[in-house]
Design a protein around this ligand. Structure first.
Ligand code: ATP
Length: 375
């Protein structure tokens, strides 16, 4: 069972929403057709699953429907049609009290503008979610201090929010979300207000934390580079619809339509494509590897940007190793150059950690998930 599932979700604002859903679903109407009627179709037929421990990114420009989708996922907004299943429970069928309970214990939000209380210390801010849950003071302070330490803020507990930089304030927001032990983290443009370098640093920190904590995260962004750095899977939204659903590599190598293709022009493919996605079958024969060659197999999730340096030093194709050290294949230099030059018709779909689709259940999931191209 998936951790989170959106099942044909629609949200229509304005007049006669049910009728609008029928027009969207049955007559194939789009947003523009309804707008003339004073009706806004914010989210149209969104279906996807998020597995436990995954980072699922929803990427789209302003107005594409990301925030509305997120607010349906945490039950703040009732869908006009469709269901949200969290651990198999239909959120749309819960009473208000049950929903509040799920929201306060199982789901945490991290917002773009930190949402810290200025007159509470960093520790009190980090403990806020636990306070709402009614956790006794000593325990909530202990857990908040642990979360702050995880986020690199040990020693700042007694400071006030305005004594912290923007990046540090956002880490307090993250610590607050982590302190509650919620399984599901919903992050709405959480790093968008930060300077580029600090933003990148926060992305790195989130990835490191995620390796340790293995939360289930839905991350909203309008930045495809951020989506590709963070997302195990990415949903690209346009005008209320999900127009492509896949891994960063899927989107980079096989954009579903011209709209998605226009986004990937600025993406640095050498940082998204991995050794596993470009390797071919084979090994390195001992006679091809002279003494002192000093080569070592690279990890399958090594990005091409790093693989280039290894390949330049190597006298033979670079072997690619799996998690157990077994050789999965090799990357020859001409192959590497060809892929970087855009000859990537046979790049293999992989998961974000570089496992190929053949040997990873999650990649199978990604590869078999419907990739819709309606735009
Ligand atoms: N409460 C509302 N009433 C009417 N229309 C709404 C409401 N909330 C959102 N919309 C409309 O729904 C569409 C999707 O908005 P939404 O905020 O979900 O997009 P978004 O991708 O999150 O954009 P942004 O990045 O600017 O927040 C927009 O056209 C917006 O104007």
């Amino acid at each position: 069972m998936s951790r989170l599932q959106a099942d044909h979700l629609y949200k229509v604002f304005g007049r006669r929403p049910d009728e609008a859903v029928r027009e969207l679903a049955e007559a194939g109407a789009d947003r523009d057709a309804l707008r003339a009627d004073g009706t806004t179709a914010a989210v149209i037929d969104a279906s996807f699953t998020v597995e436990s421990g995954q980072i699922f990114v929803v990427m789209g420009l302003s107005g594409s429907g990301k925030s509305t989708l997120l607010r349906m996922l945490n039950g703040l907004l009732a869908p006009t049609a469709g269901r949200v299943l969290f651990d198999g429970r239909d959120l749309t069928a819960l009473s208000d009290r049950e929903l509040r309970e799920v929201r306060s214990r199982k789901i945490s939000m991290v917002f773009q503008h930190f949402a810290l209380f200025p007159h509470r210390s960093v520790l009190e801010n980090a403990a806020y979610g636990l306070e709402v849950q009614g956790v006794p003071r000593a325990e909530r302070e202990k857990r908040a201090a642990e979360a702050l330490e995880l986020c690199g803020l040990a020693g700042w507990e007694k400071s006030w929010p305005d004594e912290l930089s923007g990046g540090m304030q956002q880490r307090v927001g993250l610590a607050r979300a982590l302190a509650t032990d919620a399984d599901l983290l919903l992050m709405d443009e959480s790093f968008s207000a930060l300077d580029p370098l600090i933003r990148r640093d926060m992305q790195d920190q989130l990835l490191v934390l995620q390796q340790k904590l293995k939360k289930t995260i839905v991350f909203i962004t309008h930045d495809l580079n951020e989506a590709m750095r963070l997302g195990d899977r990415i949903a690209v939204m346009r005008d209320g619809r999900i127009v492509q659903l896949g891994t960063a590599e899927d989107i980079l190598v096989r954009p579903a339509n011209d709209y998605v293709a226009s986004f990937i022009q600025d993406v640095d493919r050498t940082r998204v494509l991995t050794a596993a996605s470009v390797m071919t079958d084979g090994t390195v024969a001992p006679e091809d590897c002279p003494p002192g060659c000093g080569c070592a197999p690279v990890a399958r999730d090594m990005p091409l940007a790093e693989l280039c340096a290894v390949s330049a030093r190597s006298l033979h194709p670079v072997p690619v190793a799996g998690a157990d050290g077994e050789i999965l294949g090799v990357v020859a230099q001409d192959r590497l150059l060809g892929v970087m030059g855009g000859l990537d018709a046979d790049v293999r779909p992989t998961t974000k950690n570089g496992a190929t689709a053949e040997n990873a259940a999650t990649a199978k999931n990604a590869a078999t998930e419907e990739v819709t191209a309606r735009a």
